[in-house]
Write a protein that binds this ligand. Structure first.
Ligand code: 3HC
Length: 286
C-alpha cells in the first residue's frame, strides 16, 4: 500500500512515521528541503525511542527506508491514499486538495487531518468529493491511539470503511463521527476544558499550576491543561478556536492565549508558553 502525506510538521511527520511503521510505502511532501530534513530528524528520533523500548522491532533505518521525501506532488502519482496535514487555513488546504486531485489516480482516497474545518468545504474543491474524508490524528501520532474518522455529506460508505480499516492497520482505534460538527468530538471537549481553565486563571480564582495540578491529580489526565496547550502549540489552539468560533461555536474570551501567541510564545516549539522548555522543540515534563 502506498500513502502520501502532505505537510511534514507536528502532525504530518508523525502520521508518516505511523504509516511507515505499519509497513506502508510513504511519500512525504512539503514545500522545502529544510522542513523535510527537520521532519526526517524528528521521525528518526521518535523511531529510535520506540525501538529502544521494544515498541517496534525494525530499526529506525529500516522504517525510514520506506519513506520518500519530496517537494513535488509528482511522487503521489501512484498512491492509494493521501492525508493532508497542513495548517488550519481553508484556502491552503483547498490548494493542497486541488494538487492531490490533479496528480493522484481517480480512485485514490483523499483524507484531511483537519481538526476543525468541515470536510465538505474541502471536498467541494475536488472532482471526487465522494472520495474525500476526515482522518484526525492526535499529537503525538505514534503514541496516541485515537483517530477520528469524519465522513462529509458526500463521502461514500466504502471510503469510510476503508479509512476505518486503514486506521486499524496503523494500530489505531478509529472512532467514526455521525455528524460533521465544527471541532468534531475531541476538540470540542478539549477546548471546553481549556476555556474553563483559562477563565479560572484570568478571573484570579486559580493559578496555572493549580489548574494543572488538578488536571493531573484529580482528573488523572497525563498532562495539565496548560501543559498540554504548550505541547500542542498555542498558535494551533488559537487557530482552532478561531475556526470553530467562525462556524458558530460560542466565542472564547481567552486573553492569555492570544497575548502569548502575539509575543511568539507558542509553547514547547518556541521554548516558552505557559511554562519554559530549555531546548525548544523538546517536551520535558513540567
Ligand atoms: N515518539 C516516540 N516515543 C515518545 C514520543 C514520541 N513522539 N513522545 C514520548 N515518547 C516516549 C518517551 O520516550 C517515553 O519512553 P520511555 O517510557 O521508554 O522513557 C514514553 O514515551 C513516555 O513519555 P514521557 O515520559 O515523556 O511522558 P508521558 O508518560 O507523559 O507520555 C505522552 C507522553 C504520551 C505525550 C503523554 O503525556 C500524553 O498522553 N499526553 C497527552 C497528549 C494528548 O492529549 N494529545 C492530544 C492533544 S489534542 C490534539 O492533538 C488534537 C489537535 O487537533 C489539536
Amino acid at each position: 500500500m502506498r500513502i502520501a502525506v502532505v505537510g511534514s510538521g507536528t502532525m504530518g511527520h508523525g502520521i508518516a512515521e505511523v504509516a511507515a511503521i505499519s509497513g506502508m510505502e510513504v511519500k512525504l511532501i512539503d514545500v522545502s528541503w529544510d522542513i523535510l530534513s527537520r521532519a526526517r530528524e524528528r521521525m528518526t528520533e521518535s523511531l529510535r525511542r520506540l525501538h529502544e523500548r521494544g515498541a517496534i522491532r525494525e530499526s529506525p533505518e529500516q522504517v525510514m527506508a520506506r519513506v520518500e521525501m519530496s517537494i513535488s506532488y509528482d511522487v503521489a502519482k501512484d498512491v492509494d491514499f493521501a492525508v493532508e496535514a497542513v495548517p488550519e487555513v481553508l484556502e491552503l488546504k483547498r490548494k493542497v486538495f486541488q494538487e492531490l486531485d490533479r496528480v493522484t489516480p481517480k480512485g485514490t482516497i483523499l483524507a484531511t487531518n483537519t481538526s476543525s474545518i468541515p470536510i465538505s468545504d474541502i471536498a467541494e474543491i475536488t472532482g471526487r468529493r465522494e472520495r474525500v474524508i476526515g482522518m484526525h490524528f492526535f499529537n503525538p501520532p505514534p503514541l496516541m491511539k485515537l483517530v477520528e474518522v469524519i465522513p462529509s455529506k458526500y463521502t461514500d460508505e466504502g471510503v469510510v470503511q476503508f479509512t476505518v480499516d486503514l486506521a486499524k492497520r496503523m494500530g489505531k482505534v478509529p472512532v467514526r463521527l455521525r455528524v460533521e460538527v465544527p471541532g468534531f468530538v475531541s476538540n470540542r471537549i478539549f477546548l471546553r476544558l481549556l476555556q474553563e481553565s483559562c477563565r479560572e486563571v484570568e478571573s484570579g480564582e486559580a493559578t496555572i499550576q493549580g489548574v494543572d495540578y488538578t488536571a493531573r491529580n484529580v482528573m488523572k489526565l497525563p498532562m495539565g491543561m496548560f501543559e498540554l496547550a504548550d505541547y500542542v502549540g498555542l498558535d494551533v489552539i488559537v487557530d482552532l478556536w478561531k475556526v470553530i468560533t467562525e462556524r458558530g461555536a460560542e466565542d472564547v474570551p481567552c486573553r492569555m492565549f492570544r497575548e502569548r501567541v502575539e509575543r511568539k510564545e507558542l509553547g514547547v516549539k518556541s521554548g516558552k508558553g505557559f511554562y519554559s522548555y530549555p531546548s525548544p522543540g523538546k517536551y520535558v515534563k513540567v
